[in-house]
Design a protein around this ligand. Structure first.
Ligand code: HEM
Length: 543
């Protein structure tokens, strides 16, 4: 009898013994991996269940038994992604969902040089999280790492490993992670978001209420917003004539992300021969670097111009931009400090923009949810006051809306680790060094975990009754986990909360077009222009 079937028969016993009833979102069908959670509402595993579901070591199957597509020597399943009846690289998350339906919650796949164990069961992925350690290793973004090595630039926090990573992370964490540091940016972010709402009001079509190239406008906001954190200065993206360099930066950043996607999964021929795609990627990356450096130079010039100017410093609530902080670190050369800031800029703009676009889209498609959110915002912020740290504590529904967006559109689509030691997952022994991915799209849309998974229902995250902590943590997995979790998570969430607050208070959002589907351009992005109608709220006090 398979391990899974054994577990299922044990679960029948434990189900009746467990003192806590199952939730309405409990498993409808038996699934070997998901059944293990018992889904009791307290979120704690029943001790009897834990005892009965223990496996003896000899039940653990070898790595080679993990199911998955066979593929060809050398290239693995690479050619599947060129087939008409299969999904391309831009729909990799769909391919993983399909594979999970075929092989179950754990499978192996080798695509060109990428060999992965993919897990769609959140309880099983917990075993990977538990062994994360102090210096977790994630697969590098190979094209980006190759580019940096070629140019002789630091690999940066995103792509470095081991001690080098740990040292960088320790320095940067002190300034980016503490809640008090992040909350200090509330006021600046709030002012940028207010400008953005006014900007939308200005640029929306007076007849249709739609904004031409909304994505581009949101990118401008995201650059302006993170600019206040990194450089403590306004870039001017939301003015009537934004600086050309800022617009070029955004265009090239998008180009770099878009061209990186196919480079990530194909054979890395570019390492020996600069293919057309590689040359495009290199061109975009060169421009991003050059223009990013210009932002840095502007800030450095500001600092020199205002050295010792106390009046200027008093105007800013948090006294030092991230760049200032990094430049003051004795262990970093100015070149390293610059490289880190450009890294953060790159990581921040695409991620925050796309998450915000999907959140606005979800709200526009769900008027009842939007109305409920509007009520919450109006109760807490009845006037045009700025959004402060205390306000953010009082907006549970807003936070639930963001979580629900992350569930449906996990823009990073997978989070991964190289295992630091052998681990048993879903009944298989996975050896140290294997690369293991949590596939977030199928996880978030699993009907055995979420009732009516296609529905946008923020209430899922508001249950008064405590639910399984593993389920509750699914949305945050898109920021990764453990000591290598996204360093910008708090900044990102704060920016998204603030901009949604300003927009929903100012406009009623509507959507009257074909549904938007996600596609990968390294990150998950909408597959078409998102034509939201922005209807000014008559009773809005913000504009
Ligand atoms: C919704 C927005 C964002 C999402 C979904 C996101 C997601 C992620 C994920 C999944 C990782 C890998 C974590 C892991 O391996 O455990 C990561 C790493 C990282 N993120 Fe973000 N991120 C976002 C916003 C930001 C922002 C705003 C910044 C900068 C201010 C940023 C900077 C970074 C950096 C530097 C790393 C590398 C961290 C390390 O390896 O130590 N991210 N992010």
């Amino acid at each position: 009898m398979s391990v899974f079937r054994k577990q299922r028969s044990l679960l029948k016993v434990t189900g009746s013994q467990c003192p806590v009833k199952s939730s309405s979102e409990a498993v409808s069908k038996s699934n070997p991996a998901t059944d293990k959670r018992t889904d009791n509402l307290s979120g704690e595993k029943c001790p009897l269940f834990m005892f009965l579901s223990r496996k003896s070591p000899d039940e653990t199957k070898p790595f080679s038994d993990i199911p998955g597509p066979t593929g060809l020597p050398l290239v693995g399943t690479l050619f599947d992604y060129f087939k008409k009846d299969w999904f391309g690289f831009e729909k990799m998350f769909k391919a993983q969902e399909k594979r999970a339906q075929m092989y179950g919650p754990i499978f192996r796949e080798k695509i060109a040089t990428n060999e992965n164990v993919i897990i769609t069961d959140p309880w099983e992925y917990q075993k990977v999280i538990r062994v994360d350690g102090k210096r977790p290793q994630r697969i590098e973004l190979l094209p980006a790492a190759h580019y940096r090595k070629k140019k002789g630039i630091s690999l940066g926090l995103v792509n470095s490993q081991g001690e080098e990573w740990h040292q960088m992370r320790t320095i940067m964490s002190k300034k980016i992670l503490p809640p008090r540091e992040v909350l200090a940016y509330c006021q600046d972010m709030s002012m940028v978001a207010q400008d953005f709402a006014e900007h939308l009001n200005r640029v929306k079509d007076k007849e249709t209420g739609e904004v031409e190239n909304l994505e581009h406008e949101i990118f401008k906001w995201a650059l302006e917003s993170i600019g206040t954190v990194l450089f403590e200065r306004r870039i001017g993206c939301l003015s009537t004539s934004p600086p050309k360099d800022a617009l070029d930066f955004l265009k090239n950043l998008q180009g770099a992300f878009k061209t990186m996607q196919p480079l990530l999964f194909n054979l890395p021929i570019y390492k020996v021969y600069p293919t057309k795609l590689w040359r495009q990627f290199e061109h975009f990356s060169d421009k991003v670097l050059e223009l990013g450096q210009q932002f840095v130079n502007m800030k450095i010039k500001d600092m020199k111009d205002h050295a010792g100017d106390e009046t200027d410093r008093q105007e800013t609530p948090h006294q030092s931009a991230l760049l200032t902080y990094l430049l003051s670190q004795a262990s970093l050369t100015p070149a390293e400090a610059n490289a880190h800031v450009i890294d953060l800029l790159n990581a921040a703009v695409e991620t925050v923009s796309n998450s915000t676009i999907f959140a606005l889209y979800c709200l526009a498609c769900n008027p009842l949810v939007q109305e409920k959110l509007y009520q919450e915002l109006s109760d807490v912020l009845p006037g045009s006051e700025e959004i402060g740290a205390e306000t953010l504590q009082q907006l549970p529904y807003l936070k639930a809306c963001v979580k629900e967006t992350f569930r449906l559109f996990p823009i990073t689509f997978a989070t991964s680790r190289f295992l630091p030691k052998d681990v048993e997952v879903a009944g298989y022994l996975i050896p140290k060094g294997a690369h293991v991915q949590a596939s977030l799209y199928p996880m978030g849309r699993d009907a055995k975990i979420f009732k009516d998974p296609e529905e946008y229902r923020p209430e899922r995250w508001l249950r008064a009754v405590p639910r399984d902590p593993v389920v509750m943590a699914i949305p945050s997995l898109q920021f990764g986990h453990g000591s290598r979790m996204c360093i910008g998570r708090r900044l990102a969430e704060q920016e998204i909360y603030i901009v949604l607050t300003k927009i929903v208070k100012t406009f009623k959002l509507e959507y009257h077009h074909e549904p938007v589907e996600p596609v990968l351009n390294t990150l998950m992005t909408p597959d078409r222009p998102v034509k939201i109608t922005f209807v000014s709220r008559a009773d809005s006090l913000t504009i």
